[in-house]
Design a protein around this ligand. Structure first.
Ligand SMILES: Nc1ncnc2c1ncn2[C@@H]1O[C@H](COP(=O)(O)OP(=O)(O)O)[C@@H](O)[C@H]1O
Ligand SMILES: [Mg+2]
Length: 240
């Protein structure tokens, strides 16, 4: 689903953000991308969503060779990807429901489906009471959840989540992880950038680590704390 071969990224004039990254992520995998601040996590996600171009190497996502993907075809790639940005990128003067609905409106999803999914997602993320609030008036933790809801609204083939729980408490983190696991069970591939070692499950999840822009297999998988994926919530994802 995601293939990188010897990818490097240099930001002008000479910031070497990523060096010689080769990585294959299969359809249906959940992969946790860890590493210190500045290690290159966000840059890697931005290369996969074609928000940045690599300086060297090949990036292949959902069957698209991104080097050969013309500007007027990028929407075909973006349709397959939902990205929750580290800095949210919400429309601050629009409501919570508008921000989530927009992702579906661009795909001409019927109004009734949009309405139902927005409500289900907000319920799942404990945000129903903010349905009509402008996102500029939300706390960072609330904005973060809206960004996640928007990213997953179309049940895309790939979800890229950049520090998705950075502003959340334990209970809300568990809700977000529950949502991600639900999506994953329906076949969505997830790449989750995080430095929270409690997100991944001991011995179960694939964890890769960036250090100063280079990839190395992580050794702290056993540090993970179990996050339940068996909690009950509305069957929003299974329906799709
Ligand atoms: N747009 C940019 N222009 C210049 N340097 C950047 C830009 N974005 C990121 N960097 C640099 O690239 C490196 C990796 O950054 P980033 O991918 O944001 O890491 P992380 O997400 O792991 O904190 C850092 O040294 C950062 O300062
Ligand atoms: Mg980052």
């Amino acid at each position: 689903m995601i293939d990188l071969i010897k990818v490097s990224k240099t930001y002008p004039p000479d910031v070497q953000a990523l060096t010689d990254i080769s990585l294959t992520i299969l359809k249906g995998e959940i992969v946790y991308l860890t590493g210190m601040s500045g290690a290159g996590k966000t840059t890697l996600l931005r290369l996969i969503s074609r928000m940045e171009k690599p300086s060297k190497g090949m990036v292949d996502v959902a069957g698209f060779d991104l080097a050969k993907l013309p500007q007027d075809k990028i929407h075909l790639l973006r349709r397959k990807i939902g990205m929750a940005h580290q800095d949210f990128k919400l429309l601050s003067d629009r409501t919570v429901s508008d921000n989530i609905a927009i992702a579906m409106e661009v795909l001409y999803t019927p109004r009734s489906t949009i309405e139902r999914r927005v409500r289900d997602l907000l319920d799942l993320l404990d945000l129903s009471h903010k349905y009509a609030t402008r996102t500029g008036e939300l706390s960072r933790g609330e904005q973060q959840r809206v960004a996640i809801a928007r990213a997953v609204a179309n049940a895309p083939e790939i979800v890229l989540a950049d520090e998705p729980t950075g502003n959340l408490d334990n209970e809300t983190t568990a809700r977000v992880m529950d949502l991600f696991h639900r999506l994953n069970r329906t076949g969505t591939t997830l790449l989750i950038a995080t430095h929270d070692t409690t997100l991944y499950r001991a011995g179960k999840d694939r964890v890769i680590e960036l250090r100063f822009g280079r990839l190395r297999p992580s050794e702290h998988t056993e540090a993970g704390v179990q996050v339940s994926d068996e909690k009950t919530s509305p069957p929003i994802i299974e329906e799709v």
